[in-house]
Design a protein around this ligand. Structure first.
Ligand SMILES: Nc1nc2c(ncn2[C@@H]2O[C@H](COP(=O)(O)OP(=O)(O)OP(=O)(O)O)[C@@H](O)[C@H]2O)c(=O)[nH]1
Length: 449
């Protein structure tokens, strides 16, 4: 992240002589001074130009300084720009009002140039620090991509825009294949280098306004606003090829550069109530499918209808139909299974309830003893077997819609990968009650007891 070396200051004052004086007193190679005569003009300038600090007069014809200040602080896009009020009035009530409305400082005219400069310096340093902290809080430090929290925030905004505009949105989940092997073979530093080179591929393939995030160790996600299924498939395929053709040097003359491959799952939504979490779950499921299919491939996990200009009306009709169907499904099934999100489970089998029940039965038969098996494997120190059990459980839990169980097995799986022995037991203790809750509710649902 690079902070500006030259700060831009906007002077808002109706008196031309004050503008000239300020421009003279403040000008330096590190500062660019621009002036305007009114609050109205200032708001116009702030729409288009980058401004780092505002010096704002209190009494002006038209909008007063306080009104201008309120308008600035009410606009999210510019509210963080520090404003220093500059006025001949030292009326305490006005000083208090300005500070309460969000002014960073209040300087009384006639000002002392070096004091004003020191106050400006302080306000700019604070602003730079805030920008830096915001950047650090929202960015993954290894790759410079959005971190998980920021990715969710930006995607949620994009989803609500897509909802309003009735546009489709694509969510892509990506996971580097056999990445643990890279760490094991070449060491963690080379693993990091692979992650960095991998993250650079996003810029080469995705559009500027696509939202890219690192949401886990070797897990990444991209949210593509206004993107149809065929476009998403194309871009994912292109990304897959770009990754496979990217050579990573291993800093050793005798060892050839290495390459990795990536598994990709994506989902498309084009209804009026796109929920980022649901879309991510669908894409995650498709990603697991891609892993199961042998890795280095792309899977479209969405049954949603692709959207083009002519089909807008169809989508509206379908959305209405969808909500009626949802109501009907909810009424007819009334399946309130603890630990299982039935909607996800049923939608994973294209709405076929009978098939879903069959899969639930298979899931129960194959995994209801997994708790005991896992405990035994850990007790025997057979980590490979524990890993196999938990890895399989993770995949199928997701398929039947047991999402909490999926998250807990994913967490345990990760702990096993990271070889944090001390954490195995605590993660297992969280997983066991969830597993028996899920199995119990399947027993009740299918009357297996
Ligand atoms: N070098 C490095 N490794 C990381 C980082 N974050 C997570 N990892 C490792 O990523 C590996 C992920 O392994 P797994 O989840 O088993 O996945 P995989 O080996 O890629 O196998 P598949 O996903 O099934 O193809 C683990 O070994 C983690 O320790 C990181 O920031 N740097």
């Amino acid at each position: 992240m690079t902070l500006p070396t030259k700060h831009s200051i906007l002077v808002v004052d109706d008196a031309k002589d004050t503008q000239l004086l300020l421009a003279f007193d403040l000008s330096s190679p590190e500062r660019e001074i621009n002036c305007c005569d009114s609050g109205e003009q200032a708001l116009q300038i702030l729409k288009d130009d980058k401004v780092d600090l505002i010096l704002l007069d209190l009494y002006m014809p038209g909008m007063s300084g306080l009104e201008t200040l309120q308008a600035i602080k009410a606009d999210k896009a510019i509210a963080d720009i520090p404003v220093i009020m500059l006025s001949a009035s030292d009326n305490e009530d006005e000083v208090v009002a300005a500070l309460e409305y969000g002014a960073s400082d209040y300087v009384v005219k006639p000002y002392v140039a070096k004091v004003l400069l020191a106050r400006i310096g302080n306000a700019l340093r604070l602003r730079d620090k805030t920008i830096e902290l915001e950047y650090l809080a929202s960015t993954d430090c290894l790759t410079g991509l959005n971190n998980r929290g920021r990715f969710f925030d930006l995607s949620t905004k994009a989803a609500s825009q897509a909802n309003r505009a009735m546009q489709p949105i694509a969510m892509v989940m990506l996971d580097i294949d056999h990445f643990k092997q890279v760490n094991d073979d070449y060491g963690h530093a080379i693993g990091d280098k692979v992650l960095l080179e991998f993250s650079r591929c996003f810029n080469r393939v995705f559009r500027d306004y696509d939202i890219v995030g690192r949401i886990g160790g070797e897990e990444f996600a991209v949210c593509l606003p206004n993107c149809h299924a065929d476009e998403a498939l194309q871009v994912c395929e292109r990304f897959k090829h770009t990754v496979a053709n990217t050579l990573v040097e291993v800093n050793c003359k005798s060892t050839k550069p290495i390459t990795v491959t990536v598994s990709i799952g994506f989902a498309i939504a084009c209804s009026k109530h796109i929920v980022v979490d649901d879309l991510l779950k669908q894409a995650d499921l498709a990603l697991y499918q891609a892993k199961t299919n042998g890795r280095n491939c792309v899977v479209n996990g969405s049954q949603a209808i692709d959207n083009n200009e002519e089909s807008m009306q169809t989508i509206k009709n379908l959305t209405e139909l969808e909500s009626k169907e949802e109501q009907l499904i909810a009424e007819s099934h009334k399946l309130l299974l603890a630990g299982i999100d039935i909607e996800i489970g049923i939608s994973n089998v294209l709405g076929d309830t009978e098939l879903f029940n069959e899969i639930l039965l298979m899931f129960y038969q194959d995994h209801h003893l997994d708790g005991e098996k896992l405990q035994q494997a850990f007790a025997d120190g057979d980590i490979k077997r524990a890993k196999h059990l938990v890895h399989t459980l993770k995949g199928v839990a997701c398929s039947v819609g047991a999402m909490h169980l999926f998250e807990l097995s994913k967490a345990l799986d990760l702990t096993i990968n990271e070889e944090k022995e001390a954490d195995y037991i605590s993660k297992l203790q969280l997983l066991l009650p969830e597993l028996s809750l899920v199995m119990k509710s399947i027993e009740e649902q299918l009357q297996l007891a």
